[in-house]
Write a protein that binds this ligand. Structure first.
Ligand code: F6P
Length: 539
């Protein structure tokens, strides 16, 4: 058992170093070092990271990198790329990096090179996608398939939905995707309201193929299809994506139309596996392949770049710096791209399910705070809503601004306005507006305190050239490895998710009570809620 993290000498050095930041301003730091923007920026895989507006100096970075080395980040990274069972509590590798390895690369886990198997599935997905696009695969009545509905939740949903929106300009003509995740029947009703079963294909996506929400919605979809087209239509209107062949068979689905993946792919790391089938159908084989190449490029960068210039490492360390040494509880993800509207939600699962842990890998309580709360909305919408608190509130909220130099909309002038806002927000947060400046502008004295912007509010700016498939892959892999970096330093298992189990089990018990006369002992609050629901549910 290792000593608590906060008793290590480098942790203490960082705590002490943090004290030296009292009274230091970003204004001063930029004045003192005209090269600061250059010195605190890095670039990889088409993504430029400006991290100069952070409350850091060379000593901060030196200490954070010393911490990363002391926590064996490089060795743990090597273990991940070597397919070792780094997900200890589930006894599995976390080998998502193998999903985007090009053909011919060798990536072994448990002594087996998995790359040929990965490409066999990718080729199967590609053949299926082409058969839908060229009309070789048709629905039961002979109509071409035009609507793809992914039924899945969590990691079997968030990535595909995020990518479908993010890659809007790259969509295959004539294809429409929809998503059913929530067990709320309203989702099913809403998504299927204007669909024609004859031209609709359902992809039932579930790693385990046991998830209540997904199985319930899949049964509903089956009923919806068979009541319109008959039982025989199932084979033409349903395919499965899963690691669980037996459960797919038990569900009555043809395993010949099943796309597999492996237990070493965590749900939230699976959008580039067969879980991405809807993405491939939505944007085509070539764009999906370009996205995988973007993931792979960032994997290479993470694996080989010196820690000091390594984008995922830098972003992970910066997040940890505020989380553990400045008391920041959240990280705002602020994409200045309408098409990245679901990116904050995607990162919520990636980061909060991975690093929302209270015990370390030895099962001991962690001595420091772990994963931050991730949230955000696209700019400029957020500016007219919650930015007030980021600018003038009492909390420190580090922000990740994400933007692109080239517009993907024909309305290029609007892109200028969008990007001007991104750049201005990062500037305003860092440098604020002082009372003297307000007075010099003639602001009435009584209003000065209200109009002061304290500044010193840290942010990263990530700039890509355009939001294309390659860049999206690189961006996702960047955050995956940043999450990994933080998890390694905290010494937690970033690849399990036991915290979702209790609620699931209790819900099953309550379902039994709602559907029968069975009664279980509950606390007074739960019992009262149940009783009220039973009395008033109607029907
Ligand atoms: O929320 C828990 C979880 O297990 C996630 O990790 C996963 O992405 C999601 O449920 C869906 O699981 P499955 O793909 O097995 O249906």
């Amino acid at each position: 058992m290792s000593a608590p993290l906060n008793t290590s000498s480098v942790w203490r050095d960082l705590q002490q170093h943090r004290q030296s930041w009292e009274g230091v301003t970003l204004r001063q730091l930029f004045q003192d070092d005209p090269q600061r923007a250059r010195n605190f920026s890095a670039e990889a895989c088409g993504l430029y990271l400006d991290y100069s507006k952070h409350l850091i100096n060379p000593e901060t970075l030196r200490l954070l990198i010393t911490l990363a080395r002391a926590r064996h980040l490089e060795e743990r990274r090597a273990a991940m790329f070597a397919g070792e069972r780094i997900n200890r509590t589930e006894g599995r590798a976390a080998f998502h990096v193998a999903l985007r390895a090009p053909k011919g690369h060798v990536m072994r886990t448990a002594g087996v090179d998995v790359v040929p198997e990965v490409h066999k599935v990718l080729d199967h997905m590609a053949a299926f996608t082409r058969s839908i696009h060229d009309g070789t695969w048709r629905g039961a009545t002979g109509q071409p398939i035009r609507k793809i509905i992914n039924i899945g939740i969590g990691g079997s949903y968030l990535g595909p939905e995020m990518a479908w929106k993010a890659l809007r300009p790259y969509r295959h003509p004539g294809m429409e995707l929809g998503f059913i995740a929530n067990v709320d029947g309203a989702t099913f009703t809403d998504v299927t309201a204007h669909l024609d079963p004859a031209e609709t294909l359902f992809i039932v996506s579930s790693k385990t193929f046991t998830t209540l929400e997904t199985m319930t919605n899949a049964q509903q979809a089956r009923h919806w299809v068979t009541s319109a087209l008959g039982e025989a239509a199932v084979a033409r209107h349903f395919v499965a994506v899963s690691t669980n062949v037996e459960a797919v068979e038990a569900f009555g689905m043809d395993t010949g139309h099943m796309f597999g993946f492996w237990d070493w792919v965590g749900g939230r790391y699976s959008m580039d596996s067969a879980i991405g089938l809807s993405t491939m159908l939505g944007v085509g084989v070539e764009h999906f392949t370009a996205m995988l190449a973007g993931f792979h490029a960032m994997d290479n960068h993470f694996q080989t770049a010196p820690l000091e210039q390594n984008l995922p490492v830098l972003m992970g360390l910066l997040a940890l710096w505020y989380n553990n040494f400045w008391g920041a509880q959240t990280l705002a993800i602020l994409p200045y791209a309408h098409d990245l509207a679901r990116f904050p939600a995607y990162l919520q699962q990636l980061q909060m399910e991975s690093n929302g842990k209270g015990v370390d890998e030895d099962g001991q309580p962690v001595a420091v705070d772990t994963g931050a709360i991730i949230w955000g909305e696209p700019g400029t919408d957020g500016q007219h809503s919650f930015y007030q608190l980021i600018h003038q509130g009492t909390r420190l909220i580090p922000c990740d601004f994400i933007g692109f130099c080239q517009p993907l909309s024909p309305l290029a002038e609007q892109h200028e306005l969008l990007m001007a806002n991104l750049i201005a927000q990062a500037e305003a947060l860092a440098f604020g507006k002082a009372a003297e400046e307000l007075r010099a502008e003639g602001v009435a004295e009584a209003l000065v305190p209200f109009r002061v912007f304290p500044g010193n509010r840290p942010s990263s700016v990530l700039l890509g050239d355009r939001l294309d498939p390659h860049t999206l892959g690189a961006l996702v892999a960047l955050y995956e490895h940043s999450v990994f970096t933080q998890g390694v330093i905290w010494g937690i298992d970033s690849f399990d998710q036991w915290g979702v189990e209790l609620g699931k089990a209790l819900a099953q018990r309550i379902v039994a009570e709602l559907q029968s006369t069975a009664r279980h002992p509950h606390d007074a609050s739960t019992a009262t809620l149940l009783q009220r629901y039973l009395q008033r549910r109607g029907g």
